[in-house]
Write a protein that binds this ligand. Structure first.
Ligand SMILES: *Cc1c(COP(=O)(O)O)cnc(C)c1O
Length: 392
């Protein structure tokens, strides 16, 4: 089955849809059994897709899990109430006191905070590594290294990692790998084909696609599924069927949305790259992005999220630009149908990393390019940059 067919067909077994096009929203805490015997049987099969208790999931969850497994190519998918909960859930399912974690330096800020503020309290030691490390990750492995965690491209600065080089080293040392695959979504990167053991999605972003649900997933292989499922269950993780229904609705249009986000963002990125006030564009599909060669080799496409670095600028200039934008809204998150903008002075970007240096002199602007007409977006940015440049 080709990808576009999968977005339409996945998770739509008759068992979940009961004959309608879409799966029903099955809300439940308690599940009623016909007999003591039936309850006993459900208890024996509680790790499967049988109704047992609401926390284990209902048919709406089973439909979404089927869809995520089909899209990412895993055998099991654990569900979490946010992407951040998926990250902590996956890490805490496999790490214990005395273990060592190798964490990419360009990681999503809350993941860094989890390592520094929470995992450290449980005796789990984190070492950060340069996103461009590649096979040299081998020199950082300790006898107690348990997990190598990747995020590619990185948050804010978009460095693309050499994933197969890292997973090859990890496998030769019996170390498991986890990847935050949110940027690519299941559309543009196949983590298991490149040796990753756990693929994490902030489904909040492109899978839901409409900025109205918080949701996370961790999908894994046969080797790790039992432990991930059981440990996530022990931590009490569960999700709302209403949210899962919306996520499944998002899956249906994921392919077409991604293509349009990609097309619009590339138009804006190429327009920015030609400007004299722009130092460089950090879009994985452009040669000015670190790791561009790995993007070309390993990804099937891009999306709406990228950054660019200006030659110069002030905080007052960023404020003047952002406050008066017409189509770009100021806000966290991304992956919805709408365009968003954030601006950071270089010291803020530098503060998000600990073992690599941020060299840029000018501000970094991060854009999420939505589904608006690209001419309107470029006009908005052109006027915004004029406001920023008036404050040099
Ligand atoms: C947003 C984001 C997350 C966290 O997702 P939430 O659902 O907001 O908790 C994790 N990783 C990346 C790369 C993200 O952009």
């Amino acid at each position: 089955m080709k990808k576009d067919t999968k977005y339409v067909a996945s998770g739509r077994k008759k068992e979940w849809t009961r004959g309608a096009v879409n799966p029903a929203v099955a809300r439940a805490s308690t599940v009623i059994f016909d007999s003591v015997e039936q309850m006993k049987q459900a208890t024996q099969h509680r790790e499967g897709k049988t109704l047992f208790y609401g926390r284990r999931g209902t048919s709406t969850a089973f439909a979404f899990q089927d869809a995520m497994n089909e899209l990412e190519g895993g055998v099991g998918c654990a569900l979490y109430p946010s992407g951040t909960a998926a990250i902590s859930g996956a890490l805490l399912s496999f790490l214990k006191a005395g273990d060592h974690l190798l964490m990419v330096d360009s990681v999503y800020e809350p993941t860094r905070d989890l390592c520094d503020k929470l995992l450290s309290r449980y005796g789990i030691e984190t070492t950060y590594y340069d996103p461009m490390v590649g096979a040299d990750i081998e020199t950082m492995i300790q006898p107690n290294t348990k997990v190598i965690y990747l995020e590619s491209p990185g948050s804010i600065t978009l460095e693309v990692q050499d994933v197969p080089a890292i997973t090859k080293v990890a496998k030769s040392h019996g170390i498991m790998t986890m990847l935050d695959n949110t940027w690519a979504s299941p559309v543009n990167f196949q983590p298991f084909e490149l040796g990753i053991d756990v693929s994490i999605q902030a489904a909040t972003k492109y899978i839901v696609g409409h900025s109205d649900v918080m949701l996370g997933t961790a999908t894994t292989t046969a080797e790790y599924w039992d432990q991930l499922r059981e440990h996530s269950y022990l931590m009490g993780q569960c999700t709302s069927p209403d949210d899962l229904y919306l996520a499944l609705r998002g899956v249906r249009t994921l392919g077409v949305r991604m293509r349009q986000h990609q097309q619009n963002a590339l138009a804006v990125a190429h327009w920015l790259a030609k400007r004299n006030d722009v130092d460089h564009v950090r879009h994985p599909a452009l040669a000015t992005c670190p790791g561009h060669e790995f993007f070309t080799r390993d990804f099937q496409g891009s999306n709406g999220l990228f950054s660019f670095v200006l030659k110069q600028g002030t905080q007052a200039g960023i404020d003047a630009m952002l406050n008066e934008m017409e189509h770009f809204k100021i806000g966290f998150s991304w992956g919805g149908f709408e365009s968003l903008i954030l601006g950071h002075m270089p010291d803020h970007v530098a503060h998000l990393r600990s073992v690599t240096q941020w060299q840029a002199k000018g501000p970094l602007i991060r854009l999420h390019i939505g589904l608006e007409d690209v001419d309107d977006l470029i006009g908005d940015l052109d006027a915004g940059l004029a406001r920023l440049n008036a404050h040099l």
